[in-house]
Ligand binder design. Structure first.
Ligand code: SAM
Length: 303
């Protein structure tokens, strides 16, 4: 973590890896974001999954193992856990060990027969799966448009790694946020209640606590930007003054107005999705969408 932080803050555009947003507090704040009126992705993806569940169940068949990448609180997962027949197991993978530990007993209570094997790890470096029946079909689940937080190279790495982990008869259910007007996008990442601002600023709280940094929280503010050329929402932390910050003995200078770029949320168009999949071992078996074309859930199969 320290190496990633020092490297990210040493570039001309200062950056921090978005996965660091998800400590215990960050994961809770993200759950709060998903319930905000401005945050259309969660309710849209939930509606698509609810409508698609019978078809997904039919295509996936009985006795599969569900492997979720970036599972968080496993809320949408419940739609699949309810719909899929005789699941042989559920493997939530996340960098947030707190969230995994908090979620497992809640899920186990509601699905007492289901073997649940949480795995703490980075989905870009697929962690070994726990001991699961090698004959069971493996179905990946990558919702929340978390794929939009990755650049092309990381998407290629993820899709190749997931294909290897899920095997030749594996399937992948992938949630993808679609390109739309900035009038809808900007409020989704800069809500009126300031929850997204807290989520972004919490990254500095985390660096102060875990790395002994001395960020002055009153001297930074959250900003959500639409980058048309890259078709992505960006979250930045804007320095409100000329200031210096020290992390583990290393000083970083900020000019007033200079930013730390903390997250990208890419918004895809169909041609882009096609291009990314063409460079992967996957092809589209089904595309489930909402009537307003806000979001898409793809069922991918191996080519
Ligand atoms: C955008 S949230 C999505 C959460 C949930 N799947 C949903 O759809 O609401 C991203 C989740 O992925 C996790 N995450 C982010 N980067 C990760 C990585 N490189 N490896 C594993 N988990 C990661 C975060 O901790 C967080 O729980």
């Amino acid at each position: 973590m320290l190496d990633d932080v020092l490297e990210g803050l040493s570039g001309r555009q200062k950056t921090l890896p978005s996965r660091l947003l998800y400590d215990a507090r960050g994961s809770d704040l993200f759950e709060d974001i998903t319930a905000l009126p401005e945050y259309y992705p969660t309710r849209t993806e939930t509606a698509i999954l609810n409508a698609a569940a019978p078809d997904l169940s039919r295509r996936i068949g009985e006795g599969a193992v569900l492997v979720e990448y970036g599972a968080g609180a496993s809320v949408k997962t419940r739609i699949l856990l309810d719909a899929l027949e005789a699941l042989a197991g559920y493997v939530p993978i996340d960098v947030s060990d707190d969230m995994l530990a908090k979620t497992k007993p809640l899920l186990q209570q509601d699905y007492p027969e289901l073997p649940i094997h949480p795995v703490v790890g980075n989905f870009l470096v697929p962690p070994p799966l726990p001991d699961i029946d090698p004959r069971a079909r493996r179905v990946g689940f990558f919702p929340g448009s978390t794929i939009g937080n990755l650049d092309d190279a990381d998407i290629e790495t993820f899709l190749a790694g997931a294909a290897e982990e899920l095997g030749p008869d594996g399937l992948l259910v992938l949630g993808v946020d679609l390109k739309k007007s900035p009038d809808i996008l900007i409020p989704a990442y800069d809500d009126a209640q300031g929850v997204t601002a807290d989520f972004n600023l919490n990254l500095l709280v985390r660096l102060n606590r875990e790395l002994g940094a001395d960020f002055d929280l009153d001297n930074f503010r959250h900003e959500a930007r639409w980058n048309e050329a890259e078709s992505r929402m960006e979250m930045h932390l804007v320095s409100l003054a000329d200031q210096g910050v020290t992390i583990c003995g290393k000083r970083f200078d900020f000019a007033a107005g200079e930013t730390i770029h903390t997250e990208n949320s890419r918004k895809f168009d169909p041609a882009q999705i096609e291009r990314l999949l063409a460079a992967s071992p996957w092809r589209v078996a089904e595309n489930y969408r909402d009537a307003s074309d806000l979001f898409s859930v793809l069922l991918l199969e191996r080519r």
